[in-house]
Design a protein around this ligand. Structure first.
Ligand SMILES: CC(C)(COP(=O)(O)OP(=O)(O)OC[C@H]1O[C@@H](n2cnc3c(N)ncnc32)[C@H](O)[C@@H]1OP(=O)(O)O)[C@@H](O)C(=O)NCCC(=O)NCCS
Length: 171
């Protein structure tokens, strides 16, 4: 079954808090750990299309190289716990949306529901606002309830498809 993909966006506002504990910016030496996280997080979800670990590694490399728009490591955050990355939010500047895009938001299965995705996504939103961006976009698969609930809680709303992008918001 092909599920509907829903483009969403949130207005970016000044951070409510300056607390930064628990998450750090992503680094180039995180690539393999990100692939391990990607492979584990999407397995068995509505977005799982049977990708292998090699596919996950290739996806991370593609993200880094700009296949989904210029990668923004300064606005992409991870939670590192022991030998694993427990959660990550990877963001690029996506020209077709004329705005930043969440390329991946993911949490290891055994670490879900601890508020980690909320933390890394909020850190990305705050960093993007700090850099002068006015909004953040993403695309979610209809039926991905955990993600849809989180996005709604953080102020994301579906983008009306007849509204053109707003180039004046580019930085
Ligand atoms: C979506 C995902 C990133 C959420 O990660 P997480 O770290 O478990 O999320 P959080 O603990 O920060 O949850 C924050 C809020 O999201 C919502 N939420 C998260 N998981 C949920 C679930 N299973 N059911 C309902 N709501 C859920 C809740 O509102 C939650 O707040 P609460 O715990 O105070 O009620 C994670 O489930 C995941 O990795 N899924 C697979 C990858 C994916 O689909 N990514 C999104 C692609 S668009």
């Amino acid at each position: 079954m092909t599920r509907r993909r829903i483009p969403m966006e949130a207005r970016l506002r000044p951070p409510a808090s300056t607390a930064t504990a628990g998450a750090r910016r992503v680094r180039p030496d995180d690539k393999e750990a990100l692939a391990i996280l990607l492979f584990a997080a999407y397995r068995g979800t509505v977005d799982d299309e049977g990708e292998t670990f090699a596919d996950a590694l290739a996806e991370i490399e593609k993200t880094w190289q700009g296949a989904y728009g210029r990668f923004l490591p300064g606005c992409s955050f991870v939670v590192e716990e022991g030998e694993f990355l427990s959660s990550a939010c990877l963001v690029s500047f996506f020209e077709p949306h004329a705005a930043p895009l969440v390329v991946f938001l993911m949490t290891r299965p055994e670490q879900k529901r601890r508020g980690l995705a909320r933390l890394v996504l909020q850190r990305s939103m705050d960093a993007l606002h700090e850099e002068g961006h006015g909004r953040l976009t993403l695309v979610v698969t209809d039926g991905n309830e955990p993600a849809q609930r989180l996005y709604e809680a953080l102020g994301f709303r579906p983008i009306p498809t007849d509204v053109p992008p707003r180039p004046e918001e580019r930085v």
